[in-house]
Each structure stands twice: as C-alpha cells, then as structure tokens.
Design a protein around this ligand. Structure first.
Ligand code: CA
Length: 650
C-alpha cells in the first residue's frame, strides 16, 4: 500500500503544468535569467554533442530560433557555447563493422566533430574513455585489443592511442582546448582497479597531450561529489603520485549528486589544497517529464530523485544558471567552466519504437545497439535502445532550440523580466478516514525566477466524492484543482491513523515499556528484516530454559480524541510448549479487553484485534501484549511487530 502510494506520488510529482508564454514580443527572451556576477569573458560554456553525427545520419534536422534548418554547431556558437565536448572510444564496432551506438564515437568521429567545432569558432574538449564503449563509475572496461596487457604495455598503449588521436586532430586543424584523461574515473580506469596502476595510465594520457597540444589543459574527471570525502581522496592520490593535470573536473547531475552547497565545498577544498582549476564537465536537467523517442528516460518516469526545479524549460535554465553561479563565485576563484551533456540527443523522429530502433541499429543514434552485446553483454547487450535523455535536451523533438538555450548568453547580462508562474508545486496530504478532509486553500506557484508564491486554488471535489473517500477504506486519491489557468494536484492518502508511537519498532522501541517477569535470555528490539513483519525491526524474545519466558510489552497513550478505538498487533514464533499469549487494552490500569494470540512456526504471523473500546478524554489507555511460554526444544522464541491503535467509525 505504502509502496504503491510512493510510486504514484513520485510519478505524479513529475507532472507539472506549463503556462502559455505571453511575454511581450520585443523582449530579448521570455526566459527569466538572473545575471551571474564576475563571469569571466573566457568562461567555458560547453556542450557535449557526441551523438550528433549519428543523429544527422538518422535524419535529424536541427533548426535555429527562426525555425530555419541550421548546422547544430552554428546554433550553439550563436547562443554562447564556446566549447564542444566529444567522447572517444577506441573501437565501438563489432567484427562486421556494425556500430555499438551512443554515436559510434571513435577517433574519426571525434576528429570530424572537432573540425566542425573549430569551423564555428569553438574549442574542443576531448573526452577519452579508454574503452570500446561507455565508461562510468560502474564500468571501466578495457578495450578488446588491450585485454591481457600488463600495466607497462597498457601504459604505452594509452600514450600511443592518445597521441595518435590528437595528431589526427592537429592534422585536421582542430582547436583542442582541453583533454580529459578518462571518464568518471572513481578508482577504476581501463580495467585497472588500483590507483597505483591507474596513475600510470593518467600520466601517459597527460604526456601525450602535452606533446601534441602543449597549450591544452589536462583534465581528470570524477563523479559523485556527494560521497563524503571521496573527492579529497581522489585529489590526494593524484598528488601522492604526482599526476600531471590542470583541471579537477566533476559530473554534477542534480538528481543524484548532492547540493550545490556541497559541490561548492568539495571543489573549493580541492582548488585551495592542490591549486587546481575546477569545473563541472557534465550536467543536465529535464525540461519535460515526457519521453519522445519510445525509449525510456533516466529521469522523468519515477524513481528516487531530488527535484529542485520543475521539469520545464525555465526550470532547466534556472538549474544551469545556479550551477554556473556556483562554479564562478563559490569555488575560490578556481572555477573555469560548465559543460552541458548531450543537449542535442533528441528523438530520431520515428512514430514507434520499431521505426526508431531500425535507425539506432543502422546509425548508432541510440545509447546502445544490439551489436554492443559482443563487448557489453549484460547491460548494452540486453537493454539497448534510444536516447535516455531526450527530455533533458535543449532542443525539442522537431530539432528546434528551446528558449533555455539562451541562458548561456543571458547569464552575462541577466534578463530581469517580471516573474510569472511557471508551474505549481504538488500538495500531499495524509487524512484520517474518520477525520474531516481539509484541502489547502492555496498552493505554491513556482515562479520563473525560482521564487514561490502562494496562489488561491479551487478544488473540484463534490460532497459525494468526499464522502466516498471516507467510506472506501485506506486508499490514495488525486484531487484536481484549478488556479490561474493551471491544474493543481493534491495527492490525498486516506489512512487509518495509528495513535501509537514507533508502531513497528523501527526507532528501537521508542514509547514501549518492556516488563520482563522471568528474566528471559533475550528480550529486545532486534534489527533483522527477514524476521520483521514490516520494516527491519521488531520485538524479539528467546529463552533456553523451561518456563523462563513471561513478559509484557506495553505502550501508554494519553489525550486521544473521544471515540471508539481498536488495538491490533501481530506475533510469530515457535518451540513454545504451553502458552498463554494475548493482546490487551487497559483503561486507567484496568484491563478492559483481550484477544488470544498463538505462535506456531517461523513465518506464520498471527494478527489479532482486541474488540473495540470507548474512550473519553481525561483517561489513560495502555495497549500491549502479554506472553508466557513453557518452552520446548531449544527454547521458546518469537517476534512481535506492527501494533496499531486506530479509531473506529461509529
Ligand atoms: Ca527516451
């Protein structure tokens, strides 16, 4: 029940309402942008477009803000992007020459993208994965042709590969500004798992970069800044091994990677301790919860995520703006850039999964093709498909730029237009089945400047519907309302309110009093999910000696509203011999109701309800379980869990 509710809640949380844009036509943009102060002229605003060649081969057409067909690189350059980032895989093809997907980003593809970046006045950030396919914290597979190499040979291979790729770029006249040696290398790289070996590979990549592009910055790239102490460890290892690099770069996906305060703290610490430049080299944010290419998205369809901004075009822009603000002004002056990840990886345009699948397979425009199975059978080989980030792109499904693409230019000047409502925050409410439903009179609008404003809301719920909510037992409802042309949601969970504290012993038995009458060997709250009815904890007892189990576990409750109540509790156990076990209710110290309970064998929970009782304010209620066992075998044992004190409808 709770789980279904959470799933529903999370799914619905992603539904946000868009306002029709109604700004004056002469405005620069309908996008609200707060200026980022102290933004250096040469601050890096990057876009990773690694999938673009495959997208174009698949028939995707990009457009400019006038709606005309345009070169993606031109559109980006015209909107404040000055760096293009591309990943390089060693050999993302099978023996028949069929691409693994994800843009089939080998050296030739990277050179071509670099050439186009340079032609449009942008620098290139080369992102070496040193793998035949995706490398990330969970996956750093060695390229097939390097398999089995000892570290010395592999180090030479990294050097030669890096050098060869960069020389090809140099020959093509590519303006390489930065080279990233490894991708999200959290303690793994190219099949190596020790820093001792990893540092050799990093040194080799750095050495090749210095030789071919002496003016380029060398970056190392890590992920998960939210993991306490991890970045200090990585930077410490790099210093210990004297790895030659300029930039400590991080991924920062707001859903998973902690707060901006934390990001500021960890990057500042590294900048100050080791004198390194820092940057966010990958980030993105959803402008819609909707998928557009029939291939499921990473974000937007449920899951345990932190949502700081609404999934709107404005929310996406505000997210980028605030990350930039953090890198520019909250890293001790060491922040040099922010790179958006795959802002142009949109749907290939088919009207079904099958239609798109054909293109993903043929052109490598999905995140993985089925051909990747020869290299990565367990992940890509099973879950191949399209773009998992089409709802985080900065272009819509027709290839038109979103207004948020203007944020990069507008951060320099600000676009301080009057804020308007952009989305509504969802409201959640837990309501006792026997208490009146009190829907809020206002809901919070998320304004375009990311502030909140309470707005009055009209809920659409008839008296008959409300009445049914109270008589249909525990259930979840989405109550719809309207305000200013937008739809509001109040997610109501009708519950049987439980008046007990720590009813499932998850807090260790807070509020419960244990009276041990025969000194049992074990009698305490145990943390063991397999023995719990719900959660991970329960009241546990065991005693080896005959007739050594006799106790009560009891909770006292005061100040209930006047009314009728019932007490329910569950038990399981075994080896008990003769028993006398019952749940009870006391009023002012006198037992007013009991219900017998039985323990039989492991996993057989006996749930018992004591007949309902009347309560008037001023009296004291105690509910509990009395347990007495003679014991058999290795001694009586049992588990008590999930005590409920609910009001009863008259
Ligand atoms: Ca998708």
């Amino acid at each position: 029940m709770m789980k279904q509710w959470m799933t529903l809640l999370l799914a619905m949380t992603l539904l946000v309402s868009l306002l029709p844009s109604a700004m004056a036509e002469e405005a620069v943009s309908t996008l609200y942008v707060k200026k980022v102060e102290n933004l250096p002229e040469d601050f890096i605003f990057g876009m990773d477009v690694s999938s673009v060649l495959a997208e174009e081969r698949s028939g995707v057409i990009y457009r400019d803000f006038d709606g005309s067909e345009a070169d993606l690189f031109r559109v980006l350059a015209d909107n404040g992007i000055n760096y293009i980032r591309v990943r390089v895989w060693n050999d993302p093809y099978d023996a028949q020459g069929r691409g693994f997907g994800g843009g089939n980003c080998d050296t030739a593809a990277a050179v071509e993208m670099g050439r186009r970046a340079t032609a449009n006045g942008m620098k290139l950030l080369v992102d070496f994965h040193y793998s035949d396919f995706w490398a990330d914290p969970g996956k750093q597979m060695v390229p097939r042709s390097w398999k089995g190499m000892d570290i010395e040979t592999k180090t030479e291979a990294v050097y030669q590969f890096t050098r060869d790729c960069l020389l090809q770029m140099k020959d093509a006249g590519v303006d390489v500004g930065m080279v990233q040696v490894g991708n999200e290398t959290n303690g793994r790289l190219c099949g190596e798992r020790t820093w001792f070996n990893i540092q050799y590979l990093m040194q080799a990549g750095a050495r090749a970069t210095r030789e071919v592009y002496p003016g380029a910055l060398v970056a190392l790239h890590f992920a998960n800044p939210e993991k306490e102490g991890s970045y200090a460890t990585y930077a410490g290892k790099m210093a210990y091994y004297n790895v030659d690099y300029d930039v400590f770069a991080t991924s920062y996906y707001p859903y998973w990677h902690g707060s901006l305060d934390n990001l500021s703290r960890v990057l500042t610490e590294i900048a100050e301790t080791y004198g390194k430049k820092v940057m966010v080299v990958e980030t993105s944010y959803a402008f819609t919860p909707e998928d557009s290419d029939f291939s499921g998205n990473t974000i937007g369809e449920g899951g345990g995520i932190v949502k700081d901004y609404p999934f709107t075009v404005q929310g996406q822009a505000n997210c980028i703006r605030n990350i930039t603000e953090t890198v520019v002004n909250r890293t001790g002056g060491a922040g040099i850039g922010v790179v958006y990840w795959e802002g142009a990886w949109i749907t290939v345009g088919g009207q079904s999964w099958e239609e798109n699948h054909e293109k993903w397979e043929a052109f490598g425009s999905g995140w993985a093709s089925s051909y990747a199975a020869v290299y990565d059978p367990d992940d890509a080989g099973r879950y191949y498909g399209g773009s998992a980030v089409d709802n985080q792109a900065m272009f819509d499904a027709q290839g038109r730029p979103l207004e948020s693409l203007k944020v990069f230019s507008l951060m320099r000047t600000g676009n301080d237009i009057p804020p308007v409502a952009d989305a509504l925050e969802e409201v959640t409410l837990i309501c006792d089945l026997n208490a009146p439903l009190r829907l809020p009179q206002t809901v919070n609008a998320v304004m375009t400047d990311d502030s909140r404003a309470a707005v009055p809301v009209q809920w659409h719920l008839s008296a008959a519907e409300e009445s049914r909510m109270h008589t249909s037992g525990p259930a979840q409802y989405d109550v719809i309302g309207t305000t200013g042309g937008m739809t509001a949601h109040c997610y109501v969970s009708m519950v049987e309110y439980n008046y007990l504290t720590d009813y499932s012993f998850e807090e260790g038995g807070v509020g419960w009093e244990i009276t041990d009458l025969k000194n049992a060997d074990e009698l305490y709250v145990e943390d063991k999910s397999t023995d719990s009815l719900t959660g991970t904890r329960h009241m546990h007892f065991w005693s080896a000696r005959k007739d050594s189990v006799e106790f009560t576990v009891e909770q006292t409750v005061r100040d209930l509203p006047a009314g009728k109540y019932r007490f329910t509790v569950s038990i399981m156990g075994g080896d008990a011999g003769d028993t006398d076990i019952y749940a009870y209710v006391k009023l002012d110290g006198q037992i007013v109701g009991t219900a017998p309970m039985r323990i039989t064998s492991y996993g057989n929970w006996d749930t018992t309800t004591v007949p309902a009782f009347d309560y008037q304010p001023g009296h004291t209620v105690a509910v509990g379980v009395y347990v007495k066992c003679q014991g058999a075998g290795n001694g009586a044992w049992g588990k008590i869990d999930d005590a409920l004190l609910n009001s009863v409808q008259e």
